[in-house]
Design a protein around this ligand. Sequence first.
Ligand code: CTP
Ligand code: MG
Length: 387
Amino acid sequence: MSAWAIVVAAGKGERAALGRNKVFAMLGGQSVLRRCLCAVRNSGVFDGVVAVISRQDADLFSAQGLDALVDRTADGGETRQQSVYNGLKALPEDVDIVAIHDAARPFAAKALFETAVASARRHGSGVISTPVSDTIKRIDPESGIVSTVDRETLRAVQTPQAFSFDKLLQAHEKAAAEGFFATDDAALFERYWGNVCLVTAPDAERNRKLTTKADFQEEKPVMQCVRVGTGYDAHRLKEGRKLVLGGVEIPHDRGLDGHSDADVAVHALMDAMLGALALGDIGKHFPDSDPAYRGISSTKLLREVTRIVCAAGYQVGNADVTIVAQRPKLSPYMKAMRHALAEAMDVDVSCVSIKATTTEKMGFEGEETGISAQAVVLLQHIREEEQ
Ligand code: CTP
Ligand code: MG
């Protein structure tokens, strides 16, 4: 029995007032719609996915690279119900089960899709619902509270909502002919086919619909994306060169050879920062074929990488660097190195760790042919990237 999903994304997002359809807004580095389509696909439940997109959002949909996440698209309608109907008409004829899901619910867990579809296979319908935790009052706008509703008899209904495809399509056809409108598909199914099967699943409480601006503001810290990167560098020791490590000049009989000041610690750190954002490496950003970088202080380049990270909407959370050198003893310079790096990365010194180790005379570091360094960096998302 084949199952397809329809993701409705063709609203205007007026209540969210974000200046564009809310489902294209970024949340923790990814658009709401991308998160939603990934959740649907990664549930592993569906044989195909249709996205219902408004014509005016078609360019945005392509620009965000979302075509690759769907099998088909359909045009949006004036109302959500018309959008779903258009989605249903875009499905292949031999589909057995269809699940409708709001693009505005990007946190739907795999279990929700599994449960809704399993119920539709068995009973013809499966609609995710949750118990109501607030006490609900029935009111009269003039006289105030009329009664208190027993909340045990209430359920809040969300999406995904899964149904036998033929029956839901017929319900939509009948509703369109009759001019009957409802806010969800369960209401249509119920009207023409009787009882709808309500199901629940773990994480249904987390599956909120992003509706208002406050919903987006509240989710931001939760979704605050962290990214991690690693870096490694090694340079050869050479007589007649200054030794610069972690932005600090260290008295020694030899220094590291290279195009810039060959500060391996800063190079590893910059590669970790660029790596965290999948932006390539320092060779790409500061090619050693460019004379502008000859003899340049690596901390200057670190400031530039910090600017790149910031323009992408991130800041350094913390960085941990290990320098591997047999000699000289680095402990007297650790504090100065941490301060130099923290200053270049615009972070507090407590966010920067430098460690040093020897290799007990093994390998090129132990034989003092060269010095190497490794770095791990965590970046925190602070705001949407500059457009
Ligand atoms: N939707 C749709 N077509 C419409 C209206 C809504 O596909 N004509 C989709 C929305 O994109 C959303 C889902 O239905 O994913 C739930 O609707 P809602 O939360 O009301 O979103 P909007 O209609 O976009 O928001 P608003 O009502 O605040 O304008
Ligand atoms: Mg709406």
